[in-house]
Ligand binder design. Structure first.
Ligand code: NDP
Length: 296
């Protein structure tokens, strides 16, 4: 079998187009322009690239982008004061603090100081609790993107066996909650899991969010399963730096029914879902109808 390739790049373009259409309607009918504030502390090169890309895509869909670049030595009090100002600013509907933060800043404290209604990353403890209890939450962008692709490919996911490898707060756990919300039977695996390959082989839906290059092999995949590869790993190969996922793509694609590639799978969906979350947050704050299909 050769797997259907789930094209995250094309899907993300569709999501951005839907967001842009909704933003245009909001501006025309309510005179409101959704706004996203991104806060970057320090000069981590990867974070700078992400923040620039987020700002560019925010503007492209017609939203307002507010970038706050702070010195690496910024104090916690100054950062919290900025977040308090953004919480109170009616032109800001979404706030994202780029992680990781410099070591002297308490990331949990900082994230939990964001107004949960503006927490478009979905990391605030209130949103974690809402998602965990099946209530309307702001949902972390990467798992939301995975869910959108799965729903698009399968329609209903009810009754399917889903295995999520990885239990981080930003990917694995919220992914498992979302799949549970879709009535999948969910197993969460991690570094202490026994017989990992055997557990993966039971999955109709296999999500790999591990951070280990090409760990999941083709013979871990049930024939016809859908494989979602969240991993982004840089490896040196043939003298070049390449991006690979947590799944050994070649061997998995020969067994799976559908698979996301790396790059071009989950990655592009993450920023698209950040934009979707911002427009959702804006609609919720104004008591307006939310865009269909862009939330969990
Ligand atoms: P974390 O390092 O926070 O979590 C990794 C998880 O994988 C942990 O739960 C860990 O288990 C588990 N794990 C590690 N080694 C093994 C192993 N040998 N067998 C089974 N489980 C293992 O990573 P993230 O969740 O933040 O990210 C995971 C991957 O997804 C990374 O490659 C990252 O770059 C990528 N990513 C991609 C995004 C995108 O936009 N596409 C966004 C976010 C992340 P334990 O808890 O026991 O230590």
């Amino acid at each position: 079998m050769t797997a259907t390739v789930i094209d995250g790049k094309a899907f993300a373009a569709r999501v951005r187009a839907e967001v842009a259409a909704h933003v245009a309607r909001l501006r025309e009918e309510s005179g409101v322009q959704p706004g996203l504030a991104v806060v970057l502390v320090g000069e981590d090169p990867a974070s700078q690239v992400y923040v620039a890309s987020k700002g560019k895509q925010t503007v492209e869909v017609g939203m307002a982008s507010f970038e706050h670049r702070l010195d690496a030595s910024t104090s916690e009090a100054d950062l919290l004061a900025l977040i308090a100002r953004l919480n109170a600013d009616p032109s800001v509907h979404g706030i994202l603090v780029q992680l990781p933060l410099p070591a002297h800043l308490n990331a949990e404290l900082v994230i939990n100081s964001i107004d949960p209604a503006k927490d478009v990353d979905g990391f605030h403890i209130s949103n974690v609790g809402l998602l965990g209890t099946g209530q309307k939450a702001m949902v972390p962008c990467t798992p939301l993107g995975c869910l959108m692709m799965l729903r698009d490919h399968h329609g209903s996911l009810a009754g399917m066996n889903a295995v999520v490898v990885g239990r981080s707060n930003i990917v694995g756990k919220p992914m498992a909650q979302l799949l549970l919300g879709e009535s999948c039977t969910v197993t969460i695996a991690h570094s202490r899991t026994r017989d990992l390959a055997e557990i993966c082989r039971r999955a109709d839906i296999l999500v790999a969010a591990v951070g280990r290059p090409e760990m999941v092999k083709g013979d871990w995949v049930k024939p016809g399963a859908t494989v979602i590869d969240v991993g982004i790993n840089r490896v040196e190969r043939d003298g070049k730096t390449r991006l690979v996922g947590d799944v050994d793509y070649a061997s998995a694609a020969s067994v799976a029914g559908a698979i996301t590639p790396v790059p071009g799978g989950v990655g592009p969906m993450t920023i698209a879902c950040l934009l979707a979350n911002t427009v959702t947050a804006c609609c919720r704050s104004l008591g307006l109808a939310e865009p269909q299909g862009l939330t969990a």
